[in-house]
Design a protein around this ligand. Structure first.
Ligand SMILES: Nc1ncnc2c1ncn2[C@@H]1O[C@H](COP(=O)(O)OP(=O)(O)O)[C@@H](O)[C@H]1O
Ligand SMILES: [Mg+2]
Length: 357
């Protein structure tokens, strides 16, 4: 069946060279996309108007150019030759925006196909890190991702702290089927965003990549890069729960974050510890903000904490027994109250990228 939405999501292949067609089909399979092989002037005109990308074999480039088609994006001229010079004239006639020589450029073509299949976007990525042990960073990270997902954004939560027992216990999806870090630990390189989302345990509409309580305690940075990359291509917001003691993979995740949220407690020692963490963060990120968890009995106000750290204050979280109980019982952070308010403030801040107190 060929309705317009399914053909729009597919790349169109235009070639009558069986060897080139074979190669292109193989590369489409590697990018997890199903192409339409189009022949005949009418189908080619339709594909030109609808397909997400049109891959034109050098053998059919003159014929396509003769159709007098309007200019469009994502037209790729593909050749198995080794000399790119003669291709440029054809590329200009076809108004192609890329020329690909196979097999040399096959990885570039796979990337191009995967990007289009995934929608071509990249999620805003926020890293959450605790100023001291038990500050409540993982709770904020989980609540942020859940609040974002509940508001209808495609979101994804990544647990980048291998020594914290798995964020799945905090959100309560440890019994859900799906992949955990140890199972993806051998995967480097390009990962399809849609396949990645589908493979993870999901809480409502929120996929979660969590550590478990077994297996290797390390992720190579290349794997972190591939997983956060896939998360970013398939979502609007990615929340990464960062470890305080940054390993190589944690550092990679930090570099992939657009904004860092430091969760500091309103205690003298909490602020002192947060300062040390911040010294490292400032070297690696230009956008760090603070959420203050208020501790009963402390005289330090959230503003005083933010001032001491010289960071914009995004919001405050009260220490609430019901939050501690819900997290401990694996019910996840609550979907209302102070925690939700601070999450909304963070989301607003990310949308406008302006600090709000
Ligand atoms: N807003 C809160 N109110 C009460 N308890 C909280 C709150 N946030 C976190 N906690 C409790 O503090 C402990 C540590 O929280 P966690 O989010 O894992 O901190 P971190 O990731 O900074 O180490 C947990 O037992 C959790 O129940
Ligand atoms: Mg934590």
């Amino acid at each position: 069946m060929d309705n317009s939405s399914s053909s729009a999501a597919r790349p169109a292949l235009v070639t009558e060279d069986p060897e080139l067609l074979d190669q292109l089909l193989r590369l489409c399979a590697a990018a997890s996309v199903t192409p339409d092989v189009v022949d005949g002037a009418t189908r080619r005109r339709q594909a030109w108007a609808r397909a997400c990308t049109v891959l034109v074999g050098v053998d059919q480039a003159p014929a396509m150019a003769r159709l007098g088609l309007t200019r469009r994006d994502h037209v790729v001229l593909v050749s198995q030759g080794v000399d790119p010079a003669p291709l440029w004239k054809l590329a200009v006639e076809l108004r192609a925006d890329e020329v690909v020589m196979l097999p040399a450029d096959q990885h570039r073509l796979i990337d191009h196909l995967s990007d289009l299949a995934d929608g071509g976007g990249r999620a805003t990525t926020v890293g959450v890190i605790g100023g001291c042990g038990g500050a409540g960073a993982s709770t904020v990270a989980a609540a942020l991702a859940l609040t974002s997902a509940r508001s209808g954004r495609r979101s994804l939560l990544v647990d980048a702290d291998p020594l914290a027992g798995g964020i799945e216990l905090l959100v309560g999806c440890e019994d859900c089927a799906g992949l955990r870090w140890p199972e993806v630990a051998a995967t480097e390189g390009r990962v399809s965003a849609s396949a990645f989302r589908a493979a993870l345990p999901t809480l409502g509409t929120l996929p979660v990549l969590s550590w478990d309580r077994a297996g290797p305690r390390r992720t190579p940075p290349g794997v972190m890069h591939a997983m956060v990359g896939a998360a970013q291509r398939g979502a609007e917001l990615v929340v990464v729960d960062l470890p305080r003691s940054l390993d190589e993979a944690g550092t990679e995740a930090l570099f992939l974050s657009d904004t860092l949220v430091l969760v500091a407690t309103s205690e003298v020692r909490g602020v002192a510890a947060a300062r040390s963490v911040l010294a490292t963060l400032r070297e690696m990120s230009g956008d760090v903000r603070v959420v203050v968890r208020e501790i009963a009995g402390s005289d330090l106000t959230p503003d005083a904490v933010a001032n001491a750290l010289d960071l914009p204050l995004v919001g405050t979280v009260a220490t609430q027994r019901c939050v501690a109980r819900a997290v401990n019982d694996g019910l996840g952070p609550l979907g209302r109250g102070a925690l939700e308010r601070v999450c909304r403030a963070v989301l607003d801040t990310l949308a406008g990228r302006t600090p709000t107190a």
